[in-house]
Design a protein around this ligand. Structure first.
Ligand code: A3P
Length: 333
């Protein structure tokens, strides 16, 4: 049951009712068969979260104990999480699947990346207030959408590493719009694009404001480059092998001369490519335990697709907001 009984506890009710509220892009919780409840967005610690997620966010903040060897992938929704989960998993496990026989049995061929690298608040702590994580072998690969300032204390205080991936805000916005339209109940129809744009530009989106999410990690990465690796989806698309080598170095598992010679980097990129992953049976017809269909995580996987949906004016509105909010940070999209 993905929505635990204590969602309705007086404590949680008190917290929820004290938080500013906005209409969610999706009017109900995740489509898990068990419990689908109405959703609103709530402003918690400066960021907007779906109301049904808050209990899990708080449980994760209170209970998650980071290990120094943990690697945590952090993103805002729709920035390429699925791709990077696959790449991180493949990087971490490359020794196990190096020969061609093992390659055919690679877990990424039969399991969705979200099952192999689970989210803390959107999966593990949604299921259970204090989940048993002892089954994870070290080093643990986990993921979160939480903003830097809302991370569990132990994540910030321990020596664990964070890989942060962001994406051009216009493409992120268009990807979000498509995705949330899939999550909306049929009878509600699509969320009109101008309405979605207005929410996005006011910062009202899952784990938004988008700019504050990015800025938090950008700052952390410039202050602690050995702890936080800051990556962009567009750079991954433009030169994936350079970025994957950067990732491997950051994880403390650089590619050996032999791996570089025998095409390990290219092999990982081929396996994790949009075309390969999206064509796999598991990603065409499978579902996550939260009720989400695996195929929803693979749409186009391109840079610049926003121009096919947004007018120049709409684009300028996002550009204007981003310019204002990122001013002085040194960060540009
Ligand atoms: P689009 O909607 O623009 O196609 P997330 O994984 O954070 O939910 O992000 C989803 C976005 O990443 C979608 O973008 C999706 O198509 C894209 N994506 C998924 N797998 C990918 C891959 N292997 N390579 C590149 N992009 C991928």
């Amino acid at each position: 049951n993905y929505l635990r009984d204590d969602v309705k506890s007086p404590e949680c009710e008190d917290l929820l009712s004290s938080l500013p509220s906005e209409e969610d892009w999706v009017p109900t919780s995740l489509p898990s068969e068990v419990d689908c409840v109405p959703s609103s967005l709530r402003l918690y610690q400066g960021f907007w979260f779906p109301s049904w997620l808050l209990n899990s966010v708080v449980a994760c903040q209170n209970h998650f104990q980071a290990h120094p060897s943990d690697i945590l992938l952090v993103t805002s929704p729709k920035c390429g999480t699925t791709w990077l989960k696959a790449i991180l998993f493949a990087l971490m496990n490359r020794a196990k699947y190096s020969d061609s026989y093992s390659q055919k049995r690679h877990p990424l061929l039969t399991q969705n990346p979200h099952d192999l690298v689970p989210f803390l608040e959107f999966r593990l702590y949604l299921q259970n207030k204090n989940p048993d994580l002892t089954a994870f072998t070290s080093p643990r690969l986990l993921a979160t959408h939480l903003p830097y300032s809302s991370l569990p204390r132990s994540v910030r205080d321990s020596n664990c590493k964070l890989v942060y991936l962001c994406r051009n805000p216009k493409d992120t916005f268009i990807s979000m719009w498509h995705y949330f339209n899939k999550l909306r109940p049929e009878e509600k129809g699509q969320l009109p694009l101008p309405e979605a744009l207005d929410k996005f530009c006011r910062g009202v989106s899952w784990c938004g404001p988008y700019w504050d999410h990015v800025l938090g990690y950008h700052k952390a990465s410039s202050e602690m480059p050995e702890k936080v690796l800051f990556m962009k989806y567009e750079e991954m698309k433009a030169d994936p092998s350079v970025q994957v080598r950067r990732l491997a170095d950051f994880m403390g598992r650089p590619f050996s001369e032999e791996e570089l010679r025998n095409g390990t980097v290219e092999g990982i990129l081929r396996m994790c490519s949009f075309d390969n992953l999206s064509a796999l049976e598991v990603n065409r017809s499978g579902k996550l335990p939260t009720g989400l269909e695996n195929k929803w995580f693979f749409r186009k996987g391109e840079v610049g697709d926003c121009v096919n949906y947004m007018s120049a004016e709409m684009g300028e509105r996002i550009d204007g907001v981003m310019e204002e909010k990122l001013h002085g940070s040194g960060l540009k999209f």
